[in-house]
Design a protein around this ligand. Structure first.
Ligand SMILES: NC(=O)c1ccc[n+]([C@@H]2O[C@H](COP(=O)([O-])OP(=O)(O)OC[C@H]3O[C@@H](n4cnc5c(N)ncnc54)[C@H](O)[C@@H]3O)[C@@H](O)[C@H]2O)c1
Length: 362
């Protein structure tokens, strides 16, 4: 079988992670595009791609590309996805799928209708211990779920001198912290529990109304959300990009009637399994875990796995689906455009609630 031929639009932090994951999954990185032809040339050399394209449009149109990975700033996701689907390419698009919730729904419907594989890297699902948490919740081992809570905290935008294209609503979208990282938390917790956030109330905060390069700031640094789920649980999450000392602290806990599970993305080799009489730190040992978690555990216990391993496992699942020609199907293993459209709707509800100071149905 010929290796899949993939190309990557956008070669910043995450584009490099996609290139690595694609190679680990046995694909050829045929080419890359960047914000200019010159930058694309340099990126092709840096990432070991076979060639560079002068533009993302040229990359998408290339006959020798099977799968397009879209890793550009957020405002370009929707337009590039449309071009890629129209060109008959399978698409891996970074989150958020679109800067607009209705547009994200439209893109998910377009992809579904195309029969092409579509995926969005909500890769924290690919931590073995997150999958173990899911198994323990879904199998009933913790009892009926009562509350879901947690946070996603970072500090890279702590100071007013910290800046990025994400700060600018035109490039990143109206929501920054929530769309950027809160979306990961919601996807992960809904995936683990099977609960869906059905209504919410949110408070947002912009700590720095001015930043060094972007000037006046309209996007939020902090979000607090309180919510109810469709299955009768309650929950809350704090999302922040200005929490000193927190680098990528995605943490959640699910409290059931008998036990709790809690998972910390920065310490992903363990899962805390709580009980009133006995609380245990479960280690990632494929010999003792559920089949779902063992599948995501390619090396034995004591050989730590991390973010890039999750990414590689995600991309491998997507490429398996492309090779199988199976279409997205009803319940694929990997997160799809439909999942990303769902997080876009939650993001939209968060902004509307913060603006109106009301509870909003998702
Ligand atoms: N799934 C995850 O865990 C995860 C993690 C980080 C970032 N992301 C997402 O990935 C995307 C990129 O984020 P990043 O952190 O890599 O940003 P980045 O700033 O490091 O990289 C973005 C790149 O896109 C390039 N670019 C700009 N215009 C372009 C165009 N027209 N065509 C091609 N390239 C263009 C820029 O030159 C830059 O190299 C964002 O949408 C972000 O939300 C996802």
């Amino acid at each position: 079988m010929q290796p899949l031929r993939i190309a990557i639009a956008g070669t910043g932090m995450i584009g490099a992670v996609h290139a690595d994951a694609a190679r680990r999954a046995g694909a050829r990185v045929v080419g890359v595009s960047a914000s200019s032809a010159q930058r694309a040339k340099a990126a092709a050399t840096r990432l070991g791609a076979e060639r560079s394209f002068d533009s993302s449009e040229e990359l998408i149109a290339a006959d020798d590309v099977d799968v397009v990975h879209i890793c550009t700033p957020n405002d370009l996701h929707g337009p590039l996805v449309r071009l890629a689907l129209a060109a008959g390419k399978h698409v891996v698009c970074e989150k958020p799928l679109s800067v607009d919730a209705a547009d994200a729904d439209a893109l998910a419907a377009l992809a579904e209708g195309s029969g092409l594989i579509n995926a969005v890297p909500f890769v924290y699902r690919y931590h073995a211990m997150a999958a173990e948490a899911r198994h323990r919740v879904r199998s009933g081992a913790i009892g009926p779920v009562r509350l879901l809570h947690g946070h996603y905290l970072q500090d890279w935008l702590l100071r007013p001198t910290d800046d990025n294209w994400r700060v600018d609503a035109a490039a990143g979208g109206a929501s920054r912290a929530f769309a950027d990282i809160g979306s990961h938390w919601c996807d992960l917790v809904e995936w683990v529990t099977g609960h869906r956030i059905s209504e919410l109330t949110a408070v947002t905060q912009t700590v720095h109304p001015e930043r060094a390069q972007n000037g006046s700031v309209a996007t939020e640094d902090v979000v607090h959300v309180v919510f109810r789920t469709d299955l009768g649980a309650t929950g809350s999450v704090v999302v922040s990009q200005v929490s000193p000392g927190r680098k990528n602290r995605l943490w959640f806990e699910v409290d059931g009637a008998e036990h709790s599970v809690s998972f910390d993305q920065e310490a992903p080799e363990t899962l805390l399994f709580g009980g009133r009489e006995h609380t245990e730190s479960v280690i990632r040992d494929p010999g003792t875990l559920s089949a779902e978690a063992a599948r995501l555990s390619p090396v034995p216990a004591g050989h730590p796995l991390g973010y890039r391993d999750c990414f590689a496992a995600f991309v491998a699942d997507v490429y398996d689906a492309v090779r199988a020609g199976s279409g997205t199907g009803t319940d694929p293993l990997y997160p799809t455009f439909a999942d990303a459209a769902r997080t876009a709707r939650i993001t939209d509800a968060v902004l509307r609630s913060a603006h109106s100071r009301n509870w909003i149905e998702v």
